[in-house]
Design a protein around this ligand. Structure first.
Ligand SMILES: *Cc1c(COP(=O)(O)O)cnc(C)c1O
Length: 482
């Protein structure tokens, strides 16, 4: 199977190239030219790693199937504690797909534990011998998930830049205690935008590229527009459907709705791919926080990024330009010329409006809704009080929207982070006294709910801190060259 750019059907590459390059040269994103057909009957009894192998093999056709089998086994076996794709019933007809049983307790592990292996193999497939240096600007979650995924891999180095004092104590310690010889972590004096702008500048700096080329190093990014980050996320839609059938939550072949807390539109788009492959998906409900640009778009067809940016208690959804939406626009319109035009309008005017047929096609598969911090906190409280189910602020947004979007079909909410990654906000939502430190808050949350914090978070205050360097934004270039 080949991949093409969303902005030009003549830019065609293999799966290895799509993963190695990340972005197409015309600025578009790589999309598969067809959708492999799911074999639902054969897949329903597979383990998570086996199912992952099947889905990956359908899309990554120029990878050795034996390699994919091994990669899926080592990624989704023990590292997820046997709980990859774990589905929990919350109440009648309402389920949580818990995607936070991986090493860093957020759903990004599904992609970032696998994608580094795909990248190393892509280099082998293409006969590339240089060292790849990954630069990541992070507001918190992505940095740790990327460090954990790339640590210790041959031919790869990774440097992560986060805003000094801009993350939670737990998020900072998750990064500062990262093991591995090929990792580096920097706190940047400034906010997330300063870190991101600094990293983007380094990517665009030809003098950095030529300096590194002398040392046989090439820069790359780990961000969520890479096809290698999207494809692993398709697997858990299938897996959760099969578990739901097993648990008697849905009859075989009948549709299920999914509600997804959305930022960059990657996670929910994977659900659309699962649907196109043949999974009985009813509606994909796109849940946004107060930064509700996607709610407006799905309702009206106008994407308008010219609006106030709000910092919320669900920071991984604080996004005004959802990059992966471009892929959906291509799949529903089938017209790379149109997509290129809309993206040009977005960069020049900050907005675009799609045609009626495109909007109708989107609304056939997608519903939407939004909830602010107050509604999210009330939802955390209500789910615990009524169902004894504890969720984090991102997942709470989705539970809120799910309730308002129920159809006759069962509803699966994608639960994207452990509540113990945000112990202070969750505790406050439950009405508890919030202690000063994150670790005290974790303990208080356990005392209040009986839920145990994941060991990988509890042990952080006993881990040696390896990285405490603070740099100015102007120092990102030097750090990237080190
Ligand atoms: C990244 C993230 C999201 C948003 O996922 P997208 O694929 O960017 O839409 C939601 N919740 C959590 C906890 C995240 O880390």
């Amino acid at each position: 199977m080949q991949y093409q750019s969303t902005r030009n059907p003549n830019t065609v590459v293999s799966s290895s190239e799509a993963i190695l390059r990340g972005l197409a040269p015309d600025g578009g994103l790589f999309v598969p030219q067809e959708f492999p057909k799911a074999d639902l009957q054969a897949w329903r009894s597979l383990s998570y790693p086996e199912l992952a192998q099947q889905v990956l093999a359908g899309f990554l056709t120029n990878y050795d199937p034996e390699f994919l089998r091994g990669a899926a086994q080592t990624t989704y076996g023990a590292a997820f504690g046997g709980k990859a794709g774990h589905l929990e019933q919350v109440r009648d007809g309402l389920y949580a797909l818990e995607l936070w049983h991986g090493p860093t307790c957020a759903f990004k592990d599904y992609a970032l534990q696998l994608m580094p292996k795909l990248l190393v193999q892509a280099k082998k497939n293409l006969g590339r011998g240089e060292t790849t240096r990954i630069l990541v600007a992070t507001s918190g979650d992505t940095g740790k998930a990327a460090l954990a995924g790339y640590a210790g891999l041959e031919g790869i180095e990774i440097a992560v830049f986060y805003p000094n004092a801009g993350t939670s104590e737990i998020q900072r310690l998750q990064m500062a205690t990262q093991q591995g010889d090929n990792v580096a972590v920097y706190a940047v004096n400034g906010n997330f935008d300063d870190a991101q702008t600094g990293v983007k500048r380094v990517f665009g700096d030809a003098s950095v590229a030529s300096e590194l080329e002398k040392r046989n190093i090439r820069l790359s990014s780990a961000n969520s527009i890479n096809w290698g980050r999207l494809v692993p996320q398709i697997v858990y839609y299938f897996y959760s459907y099969f578990r739901l059938v097993e648990q008697g939550g849905v009859a075989w072949g009948q549709p299920v709705d999914f509600c997804v807390p959305t930022g960059n539109f990657g996670d929910i788009l994977a659900g659309y791919y699962a649907k196109r492959m043949g999974l009985p998906v009813g509606r994909l409900v796109c849940a946004s926080n107060r930064n509700n640009v996607l709610t407006d778009f799905i309702r009206t067809g106008t994407y308008d990024a010219r609006r106030t940016f709000y910092k919320t208690t669900s920071p991984s959804m604080d996004i005004l330009v959802s990059s992966n939406l471009e892929r959906l626009l291509y799949h529903v319109s089938g017209d790379a010329g149109k997509v290129a035009g809309w993206m040009r309008e977005l960069s020049v005017n900050g907005k675009y409006t799609v045609d009626e047929a495109t909007l109708t096609a989107i609304q056939e598969s997608f519903a939407c809704g939004c909830a602010d911090d107050g509604e999210g906190a009330a939802e955390i409280h209500a789910r615990f009080a009524q169902d004894h189910y504890l969720c984090d602020p991102h997942t709470a947004v989705a539970f809120c929207v799910a309730e308002a979007s129920r159809s006759a079909a069962p509803m699966v909410v994608l639960s994207t982070a452990s509540p113990f990654k945000f112990p202070r906000d969750v505790l406050a939502a439950l009405g508890g006294e919030v202690p000063a430190g994150d670790f005290a808050a974790m303990a208080a949350l356990t005392a209040a709910t009986g839920w145990q914090a994941p060991e990988s978070l509890r042990m952080l205050d006993r881990m040696p801190v390896r990285f405490d360097t603070v740099i100015e934004p102007a120092g990102i270039r030097d750090a990237a060259l080190r």
